[in-house]
Design a protein around this ligand. Structure first.
Ligand code: SF4
Length: 689
């Protein structure tokens, strides 16, 4: 029996993997503070992935696009890729090669991938799919607090709250064990849909505020206004622990509840009641998720919710606070160790001379040889194969052919590359487009560390031997680095060796892992970063001061901007997207698990019956949902409580069912987060061609 953690979301539920009656490994829940002995359906079935018949066990190559793949040995594939990379770099410079990582990679892989890009390839062109996850909340958290850790307190603290406001998060469906922590508090759920979490809020005497998509920011301003009008602001806290309130208030001053209702559609009485509930609670939290963050105004929208929390005196107070619910399994650690275009290990800024000198020293190179910041994820994908853009991409643990916004355009860009190399354990939609596919181990076949939504560093343990012919990502990176002329030992394949180096690289940084040792992990110590060498971990941040030099949090003067794409007569509806309980991210893993695939086998579009009828559609009919960028196919599912102006699509399906065929890549100016959550669309029957 091996104790490890779930391969999927950021809750990182603990589980035991043990042989079942048929001898195959089965997942069983284990005691752990985030899941308290529970797993969701994805966790229970996660071990089925290990025996997937879709597993690839030999490197695959092909002579050209449109031709079939051929199995080859590792040396042949590695020599070919290294040779092509050398040619491209010699002919077009180091930035002609791009690297795309993932918030699903372990800390060790994230770290080594960033180092590989910058040292072995010398490229600045590296980013990862976490840019599409919570980069807006990360940017807003950095701006407000001087530090970004998803939850700056243990998840279990939520259970002691009187009120929790969830903006754009649906944990009842996306991470059900989290709801065990939300059973006692009264919930205020902000979501255009009457989600499973909204249902729970209403059942327990809470509130569901359903704003028009793209109006979360003015709703937060309206709540701040209502709280001030009711005399609920914590002025002593504002004076002692923050700066910038007056400028932030100037942006909120016009948002009377009636004005807010006019723009958001949320009744003024509900706004006043929500402000009263939150502002009179002795212990309260404001939490944001992707619904609030995946907008072209995502940083300011998260900032508006932070402003509300600050005005009520919540962050940095024991038993209260603000936090962001990270989505991907290692969404937190994945952005701390250097696979983000603008960051170095330790959550350091890549343009900070001291950070560059420190990391270059650990890597044994001169600071001036360290590339600068590169393109953000969507900008990188959109530049592939263009004049001046990368001509090759190495892609680890991600499936942007399905998960990137305006996915049809992204598929065209991937197809324009001279060389696409994918490391994966199944043939995802993106792997099927590659020139070379390397078969790699999956979660239960490798050791490493992950960092969950609380900034808690966890040990992932191998429970099974990988199939013959499969290698770890770490070994693949090292094998390529050696062929690119890197000295032996610079890219170790042993995760413990990589962790030791990561500790040195992160020492003194914001996300300081220098005290995260194998012994402390094995002892079960709760290692919430920062964990300085020899020092104590930090389960609760900001209790004494925030991370800005003056110790104060910053209000941000945020103003409403409408969604990047308005509806019109040609595209009269708003489309928004989200997750289902039974699937994860692009579905490349969960669509291969029979029980999960059977439960939700195909894409659907959730729509009010009146809206469907106007389009000539009945429940169960096949439909086309079309935006200015593309079309997705989905079966109509009636929801009588849906907004009449909005349709909802889950984003776990590929090809012509990919919800991201229609989504808008308009970017937030700070975080570079695309506007996944608001697209103008039309709905019509999917008749015979
Ligand atoms: Fe827990 Fe998330 Fe895994 Fe479900 S998917 S078992 S909530 S870690």
């Amino acid at each position: 029996m091996t104790r490890t953690h779930c391969p999927y979301c950021a809750l990182q539920c603990a589980m035991h993997l043990e042989p079942g009656a048929d001898g195959a490994l089965a997942a069983r829940p284990a005691a752990f503070p985030t899941n308290r002995g529970g797993l969701c359906r994805k966790g229970w079935t996660s071990a089925d992935l290990l025996a997937s018949p879709d597993r690839i066990t030999a490197p695959l190559m092909r002579a050209g696009r449109g031709t079939g793949f051929t199995e080859v040995d590792w040396d042949t594939a590695l020599d070919h890729v290294a040779g092509r990379l050398r040619e491209l770099r010699a002919g077009h410079g180091p930035d002609s090669v791009a690297v795309f990582g993932s918030g699903g990679l372990t800390n060790e892989k994230s770290y080594l991938l960033g180092k590989f890009a910058r040292v072995a390839l010398g490229t600045s062109q590296i980013d990862y799919n976490g840019r599409f996850c919570m980069s807006s909340a990360a940017a807003a958290g950095m701006r407000a607090f001087g530090l970004d850790r998803g939850l700056p307190f243990p998840l279990a603290d939520l259970g002691g709250a009187d009120v929790v406001l969830l903006a754009g998060a649906n944990p009842a469906e996306t991470m059900p064990p989290m709801m065990g922590h939300l059973a006692a508090p009264r919930l205020i759920v902000v979501d255009p849909r009457r989600s499973a979490t909204a249902e729970q809020a209403l059942a327990n005497g809470g509130l569901h505020l359903a704003p028009r998509p793209g109006t979360d920011l003015p709703l937060a301003l309206g709540l701040l206004h209502a709280a001030r009008t009711q005399g609920l602001l914590d002025h002593a806290y504002i004076d002692a622990r923050t700066t910038g309130f007056d400028d932030a208030w100037r942006q909120a001053a016009a948002w009377w509840p009636e004005q807010t209702e006019h723009v958001t559609g949320v009744p003024a009485a509900h706004i006043r009641r929500a402000a009263h509930l939150l502002g009179t609670a002795a212990r309260a939290y404001v939490l944001t998720g992707r619904g609030a963050e995946q907008h072209a105004t995502g940083t300011d929208t998260a900032g508006a919710w932070i402003n509300l929390a600050l005005a009520l005196g919540l962050p940095g107070r024991h038993g209260s606070g603000y936090g962001c619910i990270t989505g991907q399994g290692n969404g937190q650690g994945g952005r701390e160790h250097g696979q983000k275009a603008d960051q170095l290990p330790g959550y350091r800024k890549i343009d900070d001379p001291r950070a560059r000198a420190h990391v270059a020293g650990v890597w044994g190179i001169a600071p001036e040889d360290l590339p600068g910041p590169g393109r953000s994820a969507y900008e990188l994908l959109d530049a592939l194969g263009t004049d001046g853009g990368p001509r090759a991409m190495l892609l680890f643990g991600s499936n942007p052919a399905v998960s990137a916004p305006d996915a049809g355009r992204v598929r065209n860009r991937l197809a324009a590359l001279d060389l696409l190399v994918v490391a994966d354990f199944v043939m995802s939609e993106t792997a099927r487009m590659a020139d070379v596919v390397f078969p790699v181990t999956q979660w239960a076949e490798e050791d490493g560390t992950m960092t969950n939504l609380e900034g808690r560093v966890l040990r992932r343990r191998a429970a099974a031997a990988p199939p013959e012919g499969v290698r770890t990502d770490l070994r693949l990176i090292g094998d390529l680095a050696a062929r690119l002329g890197q000295p032996a030992g610079r890219f170790p394949a042993d995760p413990d060796e990589v962790l030791a180096e990561l500790r040195a690289a992160s020492a003194g940084g914001t996300a300081d892992y220098s005290g995260v040792t194998g012994e402390r992990l094995a002892s079960g110590e709760e290692l919430h970063w920062p964990v300085p060498a020899g020092g104590a971990p930090t389960p609760r941040l900001f209790l004494d001061s925030f991370a800005h030099p003056d110790g104060r949090a910053r209000f941000a003067p945020v103003a409403h901007r409408p969604p990047a794409e308005p509806t019109d007569t040609a595209y009269p509806l708003i489309a928004t997207t989200g997750r289902l309980m039974g699937h994860y991210q692009s579905g490349a893993q969960t669509r291969r698990i029979p029980e999960l695939a059977a439960a939700e086998p195909e894409a659907y579009v959730e729509v009010h019956p009146d809206t469907a009828a106007r389009a000539g559609l009945a429940h169960g009919d096949p439909a086309l949902v079309t935006s200015r960028r593309g079309t997705t196919r989905a079966r109509v599912r009636h929801r009588a409580d849906a907004r009449r102006d909005t349709v909802f699509l889950p984003f776990h399906y590929g090809g012509d069912q990919a919800a991201n065929n229609i989504t808008n890549p308009a970017l937030d100016p700070t975080s570079r987060m695309p506007e996944f959550k608001v697209s103008a669309v039309r709905l019509e029957p999917d008749g015979p061609d």
